[in-house]
Design a protein around this ligand. Structure first.
Ligand code: NAP
Length: 288
């Protein structure tokens, strides 16, 4: 039997509709929400991602502010641009588009962002709050995965989740969210040093792949009936593909996210949710 397709575009559209309502409500109360992006250099994929973020923001009524620096920018110039956005009242949230060009420290740039304006939820302060289970902006991709699971009524409590990948952007926070109180999955965090990866993955009721290797996860990695969430986004000659060999796995899994159209749109939607939450917290005068 073929797996249920978890349609990220459809879920993201529902999230965006709710965000647009929130933005309109806040506008009526006199609050303008401004999302800034800082893009350094000429990486074509980063330019595309940033343009999507502006398009999404505009579509829900968020003012978007586009700051670009040349690839020759120094770390100090990057910090100065972040400081400028931190100081602007019209910027209620911001994103430093990663990766930065070689020679620049992206993590240091993210750390320079005020935690109260950290729309990506990647500032160490906000990551720390996530570890403590306190409210704050969450990393957009793992947060988007939790939203899609919840939207389709996929139970996480009492189930075994295997997350492959341990980056601070995706894998690590994904494991933390699935294992957090309330989600209550039992989490196995796998990575490039995990012996016998296929056998480890076959333990999963919920398998999340965040590796960046096209088609690595064949049916051999999937327990029959598992839910498969493919975070991988790989540009190949055949176009954009995930980490999962979709055509092979779709007959084994009970539910699966496609690439494109699965986790990607959810990441973008989560960014908007974070942006509104930050503006709301600023309006309430609280720290995030
Ligand atoms: P990353 O920083 O390169 O991390 C990749 C992780 O995969 C690392 O933890 C690495 O293990 C592990 N890994 C690499 N090769 C492996 C293998 N053969 N077997 C098992 N584990 C392996 O990448 P990332 O930023 O987390 O992104 C992962 C993927 O998600 C990429 O394709 C990226 O484009 C995609 N992505 C998609 C979205 C979206 O919205 N859909 C958002 C962000 C990222 P070690 O730690 O041991 O090196």
């Amino acid at each position: 039997m073929s797996a249920q397709i978890l349609d990220g575009r459809e879920v993201a559209a529902a999230v965006k509709a709710r965000v647009a309502e929130d933005v309109a409500e806040m506008a009526a109360a006199g609050v303008t929400i401004g999302l800034a992006t800082l893009l350094v250099g000429d990486d074509p994929a980063s330019h595309v991602y940033v343009s999507y973020k502006h398009k999404d923001a505009k579509a829900v009524g968020i003012v978007s502010i586009d700051v670009k620096l040349p690839g020759s920018a120094t770390q100090e110039e990057v910090f100065a641009a972040v400081d400028d956005l931190n100081a602007r009242d019209d910027v209620t949230g911001m994103i430093v588009q990663l990766p930065l060009p070689d020679g620049l420290d992206g993590e240091a740039a993210v750390e320079r962002v005020l935690p109260s304006k950290d729309a990506d939820g990647l500032h160490p302060y906000n990551l720390g709050k996530m570890v403590l289970g306190r409210p704050g902006p969450l990393p957009a991709t793992p947060s988007g995965v939790m939203t899609i699971l919840s939207h389709y009524g996929i139970e996480t409590a009492g189930r075994t989740a295997v997350v492959v990948g341990r980056s601070f952007l995706v894998g690590k926070p994904m494991g933390l969210l699935l294992g957090a109180k309330g989600a209550d999955a039992t989490v196995i965090q796998a990575h490039s040093r995990t012996p016998n990866l296929a056998a480890t993955c076959r333990q999963a009721d919920i398998l999340v792949t965040a590796v960046g290797r096209p088609g690595l996860f064949t049916s051999e990695f999937v327990k029959p009936g598992a839910v498969v969430i493919d975070v991988g986004t790989n540009r190949t000659d055949d176009g954009l593909v995930g980490d999962v060999a979709f055509d092979d796995v779709v007959d084994v899994a009970s539910a699966i996210t496609p690439v494109p159209g699965g986790v990607g749109p959810m990441t973008r939607a989560s960014l908007l949710t974070n942006t509104v939450s930050l503006a709301r917290a600023a309006m309430a005068g609280g720290r995030n």
